[in-house]
Design a binder for this molecule. Structure first.
Ligand code: 5RP
Length: 223
């Protein structure tokens, strides 16, 4: 069993009957969703899933996990999601899979948020991983120019075929190559007030538990 599978299956064990569960996005969350699908099928677990991307929605539908929109539930009991970087003080970068907007919306209305990752995602400070910013297409070239002037080395994310990548809500992603983010909260606030920015990939004050694979072991930490 690989590390992503290990933490995905472990995290799914925190889900109990009747819960409304936020289903994250990415190659680690994939294994958590598969395990929940298995539990729904084999253990008759009753849950309602709230997906954070089209990708997770398609997977959950195939597994017959009952789904609702975030707007059709009063709250989410527990969201389980991956991360691109997790700092020593539990800030995170998310959005490597371009799902940061829905991921942040679902996390915002969740009572508990578990991040699952392999040890490669742990960093002292955020910023080595390019920071995804979801932006409105109109004016995005101006934003690219603005970030370039600030020496943030922005790139407009493309699909493998070279076309501009569109998020599930039809926006673009600009990745900022920053190297290090000293004050993630303050930087996130600065990004949020820029015209044309829909959301940024810094997640502060969301996570309540991390489940990290180190070698063959699982380290669970309450935040
Ligand atoms: C998607 C995300 C993912 O959670 C993040 O990119 C981690 O993905 P993976 O588990 O594939 O490494 O934020 O937008």
């Amino acid at each position: 069993m690989n590390q992503k599978q290990l933490v995905g299956i472990e995290a799914a064990s925190y889900v109990s009957d009747g819960m409304i569960v936020g289903l994250g996005t990415g190659s680690t969350a994939f294994f958590m969703i598969e395990e929940l699908g298995r539990r729904v099928r084999e253990e008759h677990l009753h849950i309602t899933g709230v997906t954070t991307s089209l990708q997770s929605k398609v997977q959950a539908q195939k597994l017959n996990i009952p789904l609702k929109s975030i707007d059709d539930v009063p709250y989410v009991d527990l969201t389980i999601d991956g991360a691109d970087e997790i700092s020593a003080d539990h800030h995170g970068i998310k959005g490597g899979g371009a799902a940061l907007l829905y991921e942040k919306i679902v996390a915002t209305y969740s009572k508990e948020v578990i991040w699952i990752a392999d040890e490669s995602k742990l960093v002292e400070k955020l910023g080595k991983f390019p920071l995804p910013i979801e932006v409105i297409p109109y004016g995005s070239k101006q934003l690219l120019h603005f970030f370039a002037q600030k020496k943030m080395a922005p790139t407009l994310r493309q699909r493998q075929d070279g076309e501009i990548l569109l998020t599930d809500s039809g926006h673009y992603i600009i990745d900022l190559h920053l190297g290090q983010i000293d004050d993630p909260k303050a930087f996130g606030h600065w990004l949020s007030q820029l015209t044309g920015v829909v959301e940024h990939g810094i997640f502060s004050d969301f996570v309540t538990k991390t489940i990290i694979a180190k070698g063959h072991h699982i380290i669970t930490t309450d935040v």
